[in-house]
Design a protein around this ligand. Structure first.
Ligand code: AMP
Ligand code: MG
Length: 337
């Protein structure tokens, strides 16, 4: 009978210790551990998973940067963005995006115009994000005749272009976001590793290997293949990302600049691996438009590797990816080129 109060006294310090350990664990987890964040920006679903000191703070900075880059610089819809203002005024100063525009122009030339960031008005006609419809041939022809990166003049930190042409960063904005995150947030130090996904573009950051899945075009979840990669950027362009169906035919958002119609070359998706975010994003779109052979040459010209998936369930990867690609779905075949 007399023992009971004494035992209680012994238990109390242990209970306090456990509470302290849990409280410290949560605190330390926040300061030194892992943190994940999800948000919507650039018209897509974004995530960041960061490991290292102040992971939560870093993820919040990533979210802020992406939202600000979209709202203040790249958005075609936001009336206070730089790109909106350029499109309204047929040009203007481009300090913040000059280097990016030069990369875009270079790939535009090297891809023979397959990548064309001046198709904004053509995308508007299709209206994939709003009330999608197949445009009339006359309207398409008229709008298409005003497009073309050769009509864009960059000189002394300013850009100018004719009426009817509209800049569209849809095929490279997410990649630009990844470069900005790496250079302005993660390179500041204290980060062990981070995986940032802005729609179809992913940044792998840290001194380790990562496994990235290539989405199964036939389902929202699941992967047809996985890639084992060191730190880099990986972008995928797919015909399943944004599309609508009319009279049994699928119309998707990656356009052939020659016709103004969705590219119809048997490809389902193209994934490009690069050290640069903007290059991975631009090249995934350009390679999709060019098709397998020309696309593969373009990717290797830029020192990048690529994975093409066609509608015969054939996966073709760059030779340099041998040993790094693993097939994850029985019905698909894998070859290297
Ligand atoms: P992505 O998902 O990176 O391939 O980008 C697709 C987006 O880029 C589309 O939603 C359009 O805004 C834009 N786009 C479509 N076709 C082209 C093209 N041939 N060249 C450049 N941008 C394009
Ligand atoms: Mg792209």
């Amino acid at each position: 009978m007399k023992d009971k109060p004494v035992r209680k006294l012994y238990i109390l310090p242990f209970v306090c210790l456990i509470i302290c350990a849990v409280v410290f664990g949560v605190y330390a987890g926040n300061r030194f551990g892992e943190d994940s964040i999800e948000f919507f920006a650039m018209d897509t679903y974004c995530t960041a998973k960061t490991n290292g000191a102040k992971a939560e703070k870093v993820n919040n900075s990533i979210k802020e940067l992406v939202k600000k880059l979209d709202a203040d610089v790249l958005s075609r819809q936001n009336e206070s963005s730089l790109v909106y203002s350029l499109n309204e005024n047929r040009g203007g100063p481009i300090t913040e995006i000059k280097d990016y525009l030069e990369v875009m122009n270079k790939v535009c030339r090297d891809s023979g115009g397959a990548f064309d960031y001046t198709l904004g008005k053509v995308s508007d006609l299709w209206d994939f994000g709003g009330n999608p419809q197949v445009p009339g041939d006359d309207a398409l022809e008229t709008v298409l005749s005003s497009c073309g990166a050769d009509k864009v003049i960059i000189s002394y930190g300013s850009v100018s272009f004719p009426e009817g042409l509209s800049l569209d960063f849809g095929a490279c904005g997410k990649g630009i976001g990844l470069d900005e995150i790496r250079d302005n947030i993660l390179d500041e130090g204290g980060i062990k590793s981070s995986v940032v996904s802005l729609g179809g573009s992913i940044l792998l950051y840290g001194n380790r290997d990562f496994t990235v899945g290539i989405r199964n075009p036939e389902s929202i979840t699941g992967y047809v293949a996985t890639l084992n990669l060191p730190a880099c950027c990986v972008s995928t362009s797919g015909n399943y990302e944004r599309y609508f169906e009319e009279n049994g035919k699928r119309y998707h958002h990656i356009l052939d600049p020659k016709t103004g119609y969705p590219v119809d070359n048997g490809l389902v998706s193209v994934t490009v691996v690069s050290d640069s975010g903007i290059l991975s994003d631009i090249l995934s779109t350009a390679c999709f438009v060019l098709g397998l052979d020309k696309g593969m040459s373009l990717a290797s010209k830029y020192g990048c590797t690529a994975v093409f998936i066609d509608d015969n369930k054939c996966i073709t990867a760059s030779k340099a990816l041998e040993g790094k690609v693993k097939i994850n779905a029985d019905s698909y075949t894998l070859r290297f080129q």
